[in-house]
Design a binder for this molecule. Structure first.
Ligand SMILES: [Zn+2]
Length: 404
């Protein structure tokens, strides 16, 4: 397992180096365009400082910010015992050093993500809509996928690569805007030839400022898509049940709700791209996630076993390519890990009345609502700011004492 992380880390370092170089070059061009005499190095220095500050902030409070932005609330075992059991199971299967914190997001759209730059201090967040729709096997598949991201250090990678990408986008935008609003005030007037040289630098700088964010994004997305496949493969290894994740992904893909709290920066963190492309399908290159239908087909064609080699074989078969998705150290382990027998559960797609009601219940629980089961069969929901000590059932009129 450690070798797998190592191989993963090497590839991340290459990406890191390329993004870092792009960032510094961008700073250099920015500086040179305004101050031809040594301004390039000042620009590089500032680019590095901006990246450093953003990285420090995200390393120390990135999880907190992400969880807050997405409206996730930490919950206790009482709110959703099944979810806690599953997270505990997956913690053991993946040999995580500590139990991840469990968060629920008050949204009807089904989705999930993991945070935590260190496996000792991680969190798994799922939406209320996900909990209401998925059965136990499916939920286990999703949690296993998220725990894989923690184990494979994807969160650490996504955070830093994401910040670097963000810095590149930010600096390019500032530079291009500064040109728009009357740039070039600081041009040196020493000689005609140096003026011409500066013109060339300016053009190169503009072209670079336009291309750098696009290239950086493509690079970042390519690696993040690969990491999704790897997390799917690890999830199967932990659960030994590819159908659970496959059917969960299908349900997530079939939902029509939009995740309101997701944005461009947080999108790669989710199990499925939360930003539904408007109108036509997003092209493969510009997507943070591989197409769900493809992930499902790969999972469903795993027949030999639950090991990494079985996932890679299924991947090759479906994609008709030999792209190594699993690092070679992961493939070296040829032990047969048997698949779990399929449990017979009725497949219900779409959103029925019960799902809607369940979603509401989970959301209210997360918001500290309490519940009273009246003997007439009605479940009475009590908001957290309810002041009175007694309450009458709106259906049968029975009196309930609230002693808390
Ligand atoms: Zn994922």
């Amino acid at each position: 397992m450690w070798e797998l992380i190592e191989a993963n880390r090497r590839k991340s370092l290459i990406l890191f180096f390329s993004l870092g170089l792009t960032l510094l070059l961008l700073g250099y061009f920015f500086g040179s365009a305004y101050y031809p005499d040594g301004g390039g190095f000042i620009g590089m220095f500032f680019a590095f400082v901006i990246w450093g500050i953003l990285s420090l902030i995200s390393y120390f409070s990135g999880s907190k910010i992400l969880l807050a932005v997405s409206g996730a609330k930490e919950v206790t075992k009482e709110v959703h015992p099944q979810l806690f059991n599953i997270v505990e199971e997956m913690k053991i299967s993946a040999s995580l050093p500590a139990m991840p914190k469990v968060y629920i997001i008050n949204e009807a759209a089904p989705n999930a993500f993991a945070t935590g730059v260190k496996p000792e201090n991680s969190a798994v967040a799922v939406t209320a809509g996900l909990l209401a729709r998925l059965n136990r096997d499916e939920l286990q598949g999703v949690v296993a996928h998220e725990v894989s991201h923690i184990v494979n250090r994807d969160v650490l990678f996504m955070t830093f690569a994401g910040i670097m990408l963000g810095s590149i986008v930010l600096i390019s935008e500032v530079f291009l805007r500064s040109l728009w609003f009357g740039g070039g005030r600081y041009t040196s007037k020493s000689s005609k030839s140096s003026g011409q040289g500066q013109m060339i630098i300016m053009i190169v700088a503009i072209v670079f400022a336009i291309l750098a964010p696009i290239l950086a994004q493509l690079l970042y997305f390519a690696i993040s898509r690969k990491r999704e496949y790897l997390a799917d493969a690890s999830a199967v290894r932990y659960t030994r049940y590819p159908e659970g994740l496959a059917s969960a992904l299908e349900k997530i893909a079939n939902s029509t709700e939009e995740l309101k709290t997701a944005n461009k920066v947080t999108a790669p963190m989710y199990i499925a791209n939360p930003l539904k492309p408007k109108g036509q399908k997003l092209s493969n290159l510009t997507s943070t996630h591989p197409p769900i239908s493809e992930r499902v087909r790969i999972l469903r064609s795993m027949s030999g076993g639950a090991n990494y080699i079985d996932y890679q074989n299924a991947f090759n078969k479906i994609k008709k390519s030999n792209l190594p998705i699993i690092p070679s150290s992961g493939l070296a382990d040829q032990t047969t890990i048997g698949l779990k027998e399929a449990s017979i559960t009725p497949v219900t797609l779409g959103l029925n009345k019960q799902t809607k009601r369940d979603t509401g219940d989970i959301m209210m629980k997360v918001n500290n609502y309490s519940f009273i089961d009246c003997s007439c069969g009605l479940k009475i929901k009590i908001p957290p700011d309810f002041q009175k000590t007694e309450l009458f059932c709106p259906r049968c009129g029975r009196k309930h004492n609230l002693n808390s």
